[in-house]
Design a protein around this ligand. Sequence first.
Ligand code: BLA
Length: 511
Amino acid sequence: VSPDTKIDLTNCDREPIHILGHVQQFGCLIAVNSDWLVQHVSLNVADFLSKDPESLIGEPLKEIIAPDALRDIRSRVQRLDGEDAVERLFGLKLLAGSDEKFNGAVHMSGQSVIIEIEPQRAEITSDYTSYVRPMIDRVRKAKTVPELCKIAARQMKALTGFDRVMVYRFGADQSGEVIAEAVSPNVDSFFGLHYPASDIPQQARELYRRNLLRIISNVRETVSPIIPERSPEGQPLDLSMSGLRAVSPIHIEYLKNMGVDASLSVSILHRENLWGLFACHHYEPRVLSYEIRSAAELFAQLFSFVLGQLLADEASEHTRRVQVLHDKLMAQLAGGQSVRDHFSTIAEALSSVIPNDGVAAYVDGDFVTLGTTPTRDEFMGIIRFLNTTAGGRAYATDELGAVHPPAQDYVDRAAGLLAVPVSRRPRDYVVLFRQEFTRKVNWAGNPEKSVTLGPNGARLTPRKSFETWQQTVTGQSMPWLKSEIAAAEQLRVTLLEVVLRMSDEANQERM
Ligand code: BLA
């Protein structure tokens, strides 16, 4: 980074973490080309296979490992299915004439086959799936998302033996919160703490959607370089799907600053998106056997399904309640009166599915309210704002003052609104209001100072202090949930029908 380069957090997003060219020491890597000639090895093959790394480059793989093992590896490569597929091998006898067993993984990286090898560390069965069934039986009993995450954190802790297992959930702004945690005795809690988006940069999140598990077994070890650094075509080896990949030095520094010696994280996906992570810390170096890592990954995948089901159940229950409400409203509002006459019915109906502090409506020049709302004059200002913004659909903001500055003067009455247009042209609205809700957010360190300049000048370093930093958020209401906005949109259609019917009837009476 040159001194005049602007240092900002987007620099983090540009670190090419998939081609950093090193593996961790708990295993070694061999990459071969389509002729099964060795293209790259990590220098630590010497420790595992007792071979001189330099001498292996260009050699046929069959000269290096035992025939049976090679046959197993080749058949797994044939089984690879799809771009990011990885096949696992357990109990390989790689060395001719030796009974020593290894575990391995194979995957494609461009035209190369990457073979990752580590000693078999567990005496236990290679049937890692057998660990997972009882874990899933436990989590399936949960009725709510927080309960589910709490049980899952405990199960994950029992499986991996990490000192701290957290369920870390991403928010809409990509910052995150620890929503469940299981810790060893004498380990302080991070429950409820928030972390800024920049702690996990964009390219890392993208990678974690493809490769679900990463372990950093010892933040203090010297990682092993892959030789040669580049292929004959001049390309570094893409380690996106590797399990041994040594991670970004910036992140290593972050973990050291946190006082962590080993880290494990497993992705939690919801509809292809990264919903959160199991984030785990250990206060000593920790190498997990490949079986346990595989079980942790499978557990997280099944957990994601259970989570998806709970979230879908919650959403469909809401939709069902709104449907009931629709039917009820259509029946109740059949008569020929005006919206004013029915306002309390409408307001109460809306409030039964979308909690609020007040409801106001402006229909055909009529202004009616219930509960805590802005005044008529303030409301007319809001209407003008909505006419340029809402675009005919339900519109929500939890910080009206940020988009409509006059509202800063009445946050005590309306800090957030959810507006439902009830005529085809912009003009008439039913609006739900929420008052200011002052809340405290506990951050792990000041989020505005998530990086500092390092001792060597213009180099980004993660923050040193994770001491709780309390932010007081003002000027905002409780946020409108996605399901609430969806309900409002569903009810907009109902109200539109009702309003049209009323004005039809009114017109007929006039004729
Ligand atoms: C990666 N950052 C990560 C990862 C986690 C976090 C979980 C995934 C790797 C792992 O499993 O350890 C962050 N860890 C957390 C958080 C908690 C936790 C939030 O336990 C909360 C409890 N990090 C910074 C800054 C930069 C940065 C300023 O703070 C960039 C300048 C970078 N973080 C960074 C990078 C990675 C990362 C580059 C990717 C590491 C890799 O996979 O190579």
